[in-house]
Design a protein around this ligand. Structure first.
Ligand code: ATP
Ligand code: MG
Length: 261
């Protein structure tokens, strides 16, 4: 087992405002979160509460924010190879094949034989053997998303940011991908930050579930999930945690549980 490099991610007093034609949008307000090295964090929250914005800032794609984000003792301002991101939409390069899209994620110094091995390994990992030479437009949305997951993982980043990565996948593939992400997390000790709309997925995967409030996004509650893995979604304690998180949504929307998200 390889070890994470031991760098905690620490987010302090982070706020983000967008300026648009009609005024300003306060997307995030005073986010404070320390993520331990090798920790698995799930983030849930209503649409528009700033989850993708938060991930974009952590990956270094948006430096126009106030507050501070440190990885170890280094401030994050730009993207770096130690942080990988799977976006909400696949974002593949349409003129490259599946193999070449994944190879594109490799560090530039990776020798070509090693690069080919890594690409093959990751195509297998995401279940796309036989589609190596296909172009993105020849794949379904779920298959494209699996390519983007492979592209983010191929570099074995220390911190992996996943923005609703399984949203476009069918239920069975989704469960398989959850297992694969867990397997990689356990083997590599990658720090994982996963945004999801699926509360069960958040509890199934996370060490902690961060519940965000409606816009302007703040952290409303952090729920510790101390259940041993592999987790059982029907386990009594699992169900209690689910209730606790649903109650947070219920409180903020004032709607019955079933309509709360
Ligand atoms: N580039 C931008 N310019 C202006 N406003 C933006 C921009 N990106 C996001 N916003 C605004 O910031 C808020 C948060 O958006 P964000 O995409 O982070 O939400 P989200 O929680 O990821 O939502 P969803 O669950 O629907 O993906 C929204 O009100 C959105 O309109
Ligand atoms: Mg989003």
């Amino acid at each position: 087992m390889s070890e994470n490099n031991g760098q905690a991610l620490s987010i302090s007093r982070l706020s983000k405002q967008f300026t648009i034609d009609t005024g300003t949008v306060q997307a995030l307000t005073d986010i404070n979160l320390r993520v331990e090295p090798g920790e698995f964090i799930s983030i849930v929250g209503a649409s528009g509460c700033g989850k993708s914005t938060l991930l974009r800032i952590i990956v270094g794609l948006d430096s126009e924010s106030s507050g501070e984000i440190l990885l170890g003792d280094q401030p994050i301002r730009t993207p770096g190879v130690e942080r990988g991101m799977v976006f909400q939409e696949a974002r593949l390069l349409p003129w490259l094949t599946v193999s070449d899209n994944i190879a594109f994620g490799c560090r530039s110094e990776t020798p070509s034989t090693e690069r080919n091995r890594l690409v093959r390994e990751h195509i297998e990992l995401v279940g796309l053997v036989g589609f190596e030479k296909a172009y993105p437009h020849q794949l379904s949305g779920g298959m494209q998303q699996r390519v983007s997951i492979a592209r983010a993982l191929v570099n074995r980043p220390k911190v992996l940011l996943l923005d609703e990565p399984f949203g476009a996948l069918d239920a069975l593939t989704r469960i398989n991908m959850q297992q694969e992400v867990l397997r990689i997390w356990e083997a590599e000790k990658t720090t994982m930050i996963l945004v999801t709309h699926d509360i069960d997925e958040a509890i199934y995967l996370g060490d902690r579930v961060v519940v965000m409030s409606n816009r302007p996004g703040t952290i409303k509650k952090i729920v510790q999930v101390s259940l041993p893995r592999p987790r059982d979604r029907s386990d009594y304690d699992f169900v209690q945690i689910r209730k606790e998180i649903y109650a947070e949504f219920f409180e903020q929307t004032n709607k019955p549980f079933a309509y709360a998200i």
